[in-house]
Each structure stands twice: as structure tokens, then as C-alpha cells.
Write a protein that binds this ligand. Structure first.
Ligand SMILES: NC(=O)c1ccc[n+]([C@@H]2O[C@H](COP(=O)([O-])OP(=O)(O)OC[C@H]3O[C@@H](n4cnc5c(N)ncnc54)[C@H](O)[C@@H]3O)[C@@H](O)[C@H]2O)c1
Length: 592
């Protein structure tokens, strides 16, 4: 017989505890909420009232249900009031000593059969459980922030948790409308173990001034479809909580990439904890508010006129692949004259055919008129000779990802293209400066990293080398905006922003799989349902191609020499075995 859970205790009503209490009350359970003092109760009540008022306003709760939710929660500062609870969920700050002390006390108060759960993000459930006389009834019940919205719950069992306790807590989580995934006791569990390496990496990029906070966040939103950028997410999580999670992960992994970036400590000491204090990486209009307001770091609107932009009317594109034809379409659609340069006339015609096919698809969907399509195509001129690019104001190279091939193209462009033209490369992993060095005009060379499919993806990474001139960067920025893209700026380092943040995380997921901590389905579910990512890491790796992913990971490893960036042996083996993902029908999964 499964246990009946009707009265649930929640200890700690901060960012997480308040959300958990709300979820419980909305499921019809009786909640006893415990805080340290009256001020804590008031703050917790405030969180809940605020959140349920929003649900009421959005029509997700009616008046009666709203009143009932509040009537189901009682508030206290006495742990003794938890005597009748069937389950207690702890959500106090991420400190092992505090949690251990709390569990020891709870053990003396609650019924012998009651279950004690911790919402810890990273601490060992085993270490918490041994402080009670019932380690078999101690589990991790890890909700995600915001608890009323995100459906994942990680249920953490230790080597001594009783199997029926796990089974009952799984059923309980389902009753709350959540998606439970069961796992063993390891720092960061599934989702945070993969998420926090990435978040910490983004913090270090910010700290090194490699890119601005806005650009780091926009890069991951527009380049990967993430619901939030890493720094905005850290503000939501709370920098103090994030710091503790990283510390715990580092203590277990000894992976330098988990050691909290120094700036986190500085910000915490200065009271910049994120949204909860009204300031973290961003500034908010009040504590606990999601509304970002301008501050000293907010970028100035538009170019302030200190550099004159170069005029760009005629755009050359070198290459005939997916990126080249996508970029041709982007510029031709916005009214630019485009020269599409291929190695042979046949290839040029075939590439033009690809552009036409893409436009035809939009005509078929009713998104483009036939005469508009014809006008766009009429703006594209196929070419074979480099000389035909002589008059271009901007030439974008999108040939094979091979440095020698790209350098040859830049050498050829340097000889024929008029002075003052901008020469750009779409490389996703090679140094832009290597392309610049193949010309006699490195100041005019810039990286314009479009994402695939170029007509759809909004992000463009503008990569500035140590030689690129300021007006070239400013012109590239204005041009991206003109063609409807969201430009972000970064230096000329392997992986730029997006790939440097994305691939180490994917590689970590492969290492987690390799270590048999969780299977591919659970890892994909955790990242999609817990973090709102559009695809799980294994789904994405199979789409990108394991060979391509391995090459990018190797490039990152070779440039930064970070032990943690070393490609996962399992990834190497799959590539060696020819399992390259969807394109070969087999990767992490089999496709029919
Ligand atoms: N913030 C997140 O995104 C997130 C997500 C999932 C899990 N968690 C985990 O949830 C837990 C709570 O994190 P948070 O972000 O909600 O922290 P928080 O700082 O927002 O809230 C903690 C609350 O606990 C109260 N508290 C402290 N000691 C207490 C005690 N002895 N008895 C009763 N109340 C006490 C504090 O007054 C505060 O209101 C941590 O273990 C954290 O790792 C956090």
C-alpha cells in the first residue's frame, strides 16, 4: 500500500520553499510552512501572494481556488508544529551543516514513518540522512526554479533509501503534476551537474570581459533557443546558492571548471545576490522583481557617431554550401545586390537553385509572394571569377571549414576586391586572424558567424580580431541589424561565445553517460524539463553530428588546454565506429 501524503511540511520559504508550498497547496494538500522568524514568514508569504496573484490575473486560478490555496498553508516558526506531517521538504540555504542540524531535529519531531526530503541542489543526501535515525526514509526531492512552472523533479536515492520510499515519492511528485526522474546521490545530480559548469564558464567570460552580459545572454537565447541567458539565469537562481552548488561540485569532482569564478564571491560579499536583492549581474527595479532596469553597464543606444560607418550595397558571398546559400538569401531578401561566387558555373547555378528552393518553400506556405521571390532572385548574380567580386562593399566567405582553403580565398580576395571593402569569414571554429593574415588589409577583416539555417536563426557573432578596425565592427553591427539579425560581439577565441559554452556542456553529458550515472533518456529529460532547453544533449549531438561535435571539442581543448575540455572517450569511440548521429542513422540513438 502506497503511503498517504496529506500534511506536508516545508522548511524555509525563500526562492524555492515558497514556490514548493504554492505547488503543494494548489494540489489540495495541507501545508505547514516553517521559517526562522516573523520577518521570514512575511517574506515567504509575500512570495506566495505575489505568485498566486499573478496566476489569478492570468486566469490560471479562480477566486475560490485562490482563497483555498491560501487557507491550506499555515505559517509557524516552530519546528514542533511539524509533528503531524507525513512528509517534510526542506528548502533552507545550501549549507551541509545547517541541513544536517535541521534533519537531526526533524527526526525527533516527526512520526517514525514520516519521510524527510531535501530540496538541496547539490549536497549529498547520504551525508544529510546519516544525521537522522531514519536514513532509509531520507530522499532528495529537487524542484526547479520557478517551482510552480518547471515540471522536472529529481528524486535522489542513497544506497540506504528504502525502495518503497522512492516509489511513493515518485507517485507523490506525479500527483503534483511533476515529471520525476530517479537518480543516485552525486554532487549536482543530473541537471545542475551539467548546467553549472556552463553557467560558471559564462561567468568567467564575463569576468574576463570577453563579451558583455547582454551579448552572452543573447548569444545563448538566439543561438541555442535557451529560454534565458546564463547570467540572467544566475540572477534568478541566486548567486549565493549558485556559489554553494559550485563549491560542492568542485569538492567532489576536483574539476577546475567547477571552481566558482572569483567574481561570484565578490558579488556575494557586496550583497549582489541576484533578483532577490534587486541586483546581481543585472539591476532590477526592486528586490524579487523580474524587471531589469538600466544601469552603468547598459550599452548605449545605437552608435554614438564616433566612427563613420562604411556604406554597404553590394555583397559578395563565396561558397555554395548550406551557410553560403542561406546568407545569400538573407541579404538578397533585404534588397542588397548579391554576387554568389562558386568554383564552377554549374556549382553557381546549383547554389542559386538552392536559394530558389528555399524561397519556393516560403511561397508555398503563403509567406512570400511569387513576384517578391522573383525580385529577390533577380538580385543574385552567379559568378565564377574572383574579379567579379571587385566592386563588392562586403564579401562573406563561407567555404569549407579548412584553414588552407579559407586562406587561399582571402588571398584571392585581397588581390581583386576594391580597397575599403569589408572581408568577412563565417568560420565557426578557426581563428579569424589567420584569414586576416592571408591579406594585406587585416584591419578590414572580421568574423561574421551566422547560425544554421541562416534565414531563420537570428544570432550573428561578430568576431573582432586584434587587427580589426572599429569602423568595420560598427558597420558589421549595423548591417546585421539591417538584415534582421541580433548581433553579439566577442573576441577571436576558439568557439566564440555559443560553441565555447555549448560543446563543453554536451561533452560533460557524454561523460555522465559514460560513467553510468544516468541514461541518455533521463539526461535529455532533465535538461529539457528542468532547464527548459529545446533539446536534450544527446538529441542535439545526434542532430549536429558526432564528428562535427568532436572536432569542435578538440579545437576548444587544443586552444584552452583545459583538462575538463578533453573530448569524452565515448564520443571518440562512437565517431571511430562511424556512428555520427542522424546523418548515418545511428549515433547515441538508432534512427530508422
Ligand atoms: N534557487 C534555486 O534556483 C534553487 C533551485 C532548486 C533547489 N534549490 C535549493 O533549495 C534550497 C533553498 O534555496 P533558495 O534559493 O530557496 O534559498 P533562499 O536563500 O532564497 O531561501 C532560504 C530560506 O530559508 C530560510 N531559513 C534559513 N534557515 C532556516 C531554518 N533553520 N528553518 C527555517 N527556515 C530557514 C531563510 O530565512 C530563507 O527564507 C537550497 O538547498 C538550494 O540549493 C535552489
Amino acid at each position: 500500500m502506497a503511503r498517504e501524503f496529506s500534511t506536508i511540511g516545508v522548511v524555509g520559504l525563500g526562492t524555492m520553499g515558497a514556490g514548493i508550498a504554492e505547488v503543494l497547496a494548489r494540489t489540495g494538500l495541507t501545508v505547514v510552512a516553517v521559517e526562522v522568524d516573523e520577518a521570514g514568514i512575511e517574506r515567504g508569504k509575500g512570495h506566495i501572494t505575489h505568485s498566486t496573484a499573478r496566476a489569478l490575473a492570468k486566469g490560471k486560478l479562480d477566486e475560490a481556488a485562490h482563497a483555498e490555496v491560501h487557507s491550506r498553508i499555515s505559517y509557524t516558526t516552530e519546528l514542533a508544529d511539524l509533528a503531524d506531517a507525513d512528509l517534510v521538504i526542506e528548502a533552507i540555504p545550501e549549507s551541509l551543516a545547517d541541513k544536517a542540524a535541521l534533519f537531526a531535529e526533524l527526526d525527533k519531531i516527526v512520526k517514525p514513518e514520516a519521510i524527510l526530503a531535501s530540496n538541496t541542489s547539490s549536497l549529498s543526501i547520504t551525508e544529510i540522512g546519516v544525521h537522522t535515525g531514519r536514513p532509509g526514509k531520507v530522499v532528495g526531492l529537487h524542484f526547479f526554479n520557478p517551482a510552480p512552472v518547471l515540471k522536472l523533479t529529481e528524486i535522489v536515492r542513497t544506497v540506504v533509501t528504502e525502495p518503497d520510499v522512492v516509489a511513493d515519492v515518485v507517485e507523490f511528485a506525479k500527483r503534483l503534476g511533476k515529471e520525476p526522474v530517479v537518480m543516485g546521490d552525486r554532487a549536482g545530480f543530473i541537471a545542475n551537474a551539467l548546467l553549472f559548469g556552463y553557467l560558471n564558464h559564462a561567468v568567467s567570460m564575463y569576468e574576463q570581459k570577453y563579451a558583455t552580459r547582454e551579448d552572452l545572454d543573447a548569444a545563448m537565447r538566439f543561438g541555442c533557443g535557451y529560454p534565458m541567458g546564463p547570467l540572467a539565469l544566475l540572477d534568478l537562481i541566486g548567486l549565493d546558492t549558485a556559489y554553494e552548488i559550485l563549491e560542492t561540485m568542485y569538492a567532489q569532482s576536483r574539476n577546475r571548471l567547477h571552481a566558482p569564478s572569483p567574481i561570484l564571491k565578490q558579488m556575494i560579499t557586496a550583497g549582489l545576490l541576484g533578483r532577490k536583492t534587486g541586483r546581481g549581474f543585472y539591476t532590477y527595479d526592486a528586490p524579487d522583481s523580474p524587471t531589469v532596469v538600466a544601469d552603468a553597464q547598459t550599452p548605449a543606444a545605437a552608435a554614438d557617431g564616433d566612427v563613420a560607418l562604411r556604406e554597404v550595397r553590394r555583397v559578395g558571398v563565396v561558397g555554395t554550401g548550406t551557410m553560403a546559400t542561406g546568407i545569400v538569401e538573407v541579404f538578397a531578401r533585404k534588397g542588397f545586390d548579391v554576387i554568389l561566387r562558386a568554383r564552377t558555373a554549374d556549382k553557381a547555378q546549383a547554389a542559386l537553385g538552392k536559394v530558389r528552393k528555399s524561397l519556393d518553400r516560403q511561397v508555398a506556405k503563403g509567406r512570400l509572394a511569387e513576384d517578391a521571390r522573383d525580385e529577390i532572385l533577380a538580385r543574385v548574380t552567379p559568378a565564377v571569377e574572383f574579379e567579379e567580386l571587385a566592386d563588392c562593399d562586403l564579401v562573406i566567405e563561407a567555404v569549407a571549414e579548412d584553414l588552407a582553403v579559407k586562406q587561399a580565398v582571402f588571398g584571392a580576395l585581397d588581390e581583386v576586391v576594391k580597397p575599403g571593402a569589408i572581408l568577412a569569414t563565417t568560420t565557426s571554429s578557426l581563428p579569424v586572424i589567420e584569414c586576416a593574415a592571408a591579406t594585406s588589409r587585416p584591419a578590414d577583416v572580421v568574423g561574421l558567424h551566422f547560425f544554421n539555417p541562416a534565414p531563420i536563426m537570428k544570432l550573428v557573432e561578430i568576431v573582432e580580431t586584434i587587427s580589426t578596425s572599429a569602423d568595420v565592427v560598427a558597420t558589421a553591427h549595423a548591417l546585421c541589424q539591417q538584415v534582421g539579425k541580433h548581433p553579439v560581439h566577442c573576441g577571436d577565441r576558439a568557439g566564440f561565445i555559443v560553441n565555447a559554452l555549448l560543446f563543453p556542456y554536451l561533452n560533460d553529458a557524454v561523460k555522465m553517460l559514460e560513467a553510468h550515472y544516468a541514461d541518455a533518456d533521463d539526461i535529455d529529460t532533465a535538461m529539457k524539463v528542468g532547464c527548459g532547453l529545446p533539446m536534450g544533449p544527446f538529441e542535439l549531438l545526434d542532430v549536429v553530428g558526432l564528428d562535427v561535435s568532436l572536432a569542435i571539442q578538440r579545437t576548444l581543448y587544443n586552444e584552452f588546454r583545459e583538462a575538463g575540455f578533453a573530448p569524452a572517450p565515448l564520443l571518440e569511440h562512437l565517431v571511430t565506429a562511424g556512428r555520427l548521429g542522424r546523418k548515418t542513422g545511428k549515433g547515441f540513438r538508432d534512427y530508422s
